[in-house]
Design a protein around this ligand. Structure first.
Ligand SMILES: [Zn+2]
Ligand SMILES: [Zn+2]
Length: 83
């Protein structure tokens, strides 16, 4: 599977917000592809100013933080792959 060199930004509920490749004007390999830049919570990137997450329950914050940590460690071997 092709990997994307960008960073995937996700909302608190785990929904993909966007890929940094897209905001940089480049093509994203796909939100379901491995991202070598890893995952970021949208509130980190946008300074907790996300309208999507503002409407989401606060309780999901902890769950998403855990999920992001697990996914990042799972993808770790991919970041060392050539290309
Ligand atoms: Zn958000
Ligand atoms: Zn991407």
């Amino acid at each position: 599977m092709r990997s994307c060199p960008g960073q995937l930004v996700v909302h608190r509920d785990g929904t993909v917000a966007y890929c940094t490749q897209e905001t940089a004007g480049r093509r994203c390999a796909g939100e379901d592809h491995p991202h070598r830049g890893g995952f970021f919570a949208c509130r980190v990137v946008d300074g907790d100013n996300c309208s999507y997450c503002a409407a989401a329950p606060e309780d999901l914050d902890v769950l998403t933080t855990t999920a992001v940590t697990v996914v990042t460690s799972t993808l770790a071997p991919v970041t060392t792959a050539p290309g």
